[in-house]
Design a protein around this ligand. Structure first.
Ligand code: KIV
Length: 283
């Protein structure tokens, strides 16, 4: 088994320093975590995207700390070498630092080595409190899906000079507050490159172009399990939805035709036991 990746090891992964880009993928259960880990990814994100790709909600606002803890525990039980990062759901880090610490501790006790939270400078007190409590924090700025109502939809951010400079300032403030890495979501690639150059912690992009220090995608998007929406930044490496429908259709056909199960797929009494059973009137 590969050695477990640590937070300090992730923190030093700047591509500008000659390091390999970080690879992060989401996972929400044990088989998914085993697949992601065996593929050699560096980090597993138990994202609040579970709300949309697993639980069927239209946005990420519906999941709770208990939901993320439940999924984090399943990922943890798979024993991955990848670093497990759990997403702090909406309203789990907005009320008070005490509440934030209690919620993050629930995720750490479920198996997370770090937590991720969305937002810029407004979240600095929460980031500082978590870091002071020895809980590593990953920041997340740009298109922050928990702000869907405030943003008026899932919209690319940092699209003019002032907004871009705001993102640079937010990233610097988060790094200064102690974030060990920062997710940049849904920003123009020149802006992501500028943010990446401005901070000494790695940036991990999603819809942020090639110049980040790493990339993250959602498990169901990479594998083509989620097909209803396909953002521009998603590259599908498989078509598991179609493969799954095809396999399940063949199973249904075999059940209906009697081709499943076969003798090899069934258990049988020995001839002697079958005979004595027959004596009782069964055959
Ligand atoms: O929840 C999630 O999957 C995320 C990624 C999109 C970064 O936050």
């Amino acid at each position: 088994m590969a050695q477990k990746l640590t937070v300090p090891a992730v923190r030093s992964r700047k591509v500008a320093d000659g390091m390999d880009p970080l690879v992060m993928v989401t996972a929400y259960d044990a088989p998914g975590a085993r697949m992601v880990d065996e593929a050699g990814t560096d980090l597993i994100l138990v994202g609040d995207s579970v709300a949309m790709v697993v639980l069927g909600y239209a946005d990420t606002l519906q999941v709770t700390v208990e939901d993320i803890a439940h999924h984090t525990a399943a990922v943890y039980r798979a024993g991955p070498s990848a670093l497990i990062v759990a997403d702090m759901p909406w309203m789990s880090f907005h009320v008070s630092t005490e509440d934030t610490l209690r919620n993050a501790a629930t995720l750490v006790r479920a198996g997370a080595q770090a937590v991720k939270l969305e937002g810029g400078r407004r979240r600095l007190p929460m980031v500082e409190a978590l870091v002071a409590a020895e809980i590593p924090v990953m920041g997340h700025i740009g298109l922050t899906p928990q702000s869907v109502n405030a943003m008026g939809g899932f919209r690319v951010q940092g699209k003019n000079a002032a907004a871009a400079l705001n993102l640079v300032a937010a990233a610097k403030a988060l790094a200064h507050a102690g974030c060990f890495a920062i997710v940049l979501e849904g920003v123009p690639d020149q802006v992501a490159a500028m943010v990446t150059r401005s901070v000494d912690v790695p940036t991990i992009g999603i819809g942020a172009g090639p110049d980040c220090d790493g990339q993250v995608l959602v498990f169901h998007d990479v594998l083509g399990i989620e097909q209803r929406i396909r953002p521009r930044f998603v590259r599908r490496y498989a078509d598991q939805y179609s493969d799954g429908v095809d396999a399940l259709s063949r199973y249904a056909r075999d059940v209906r035709s009697g081709a499943f199960p076969s003798a090899e797929e069934s258990y049988r009494l020995s001839d002697a036991d079958a005979e004595s059973l027959a004596l009782y009137g069964a055959s």
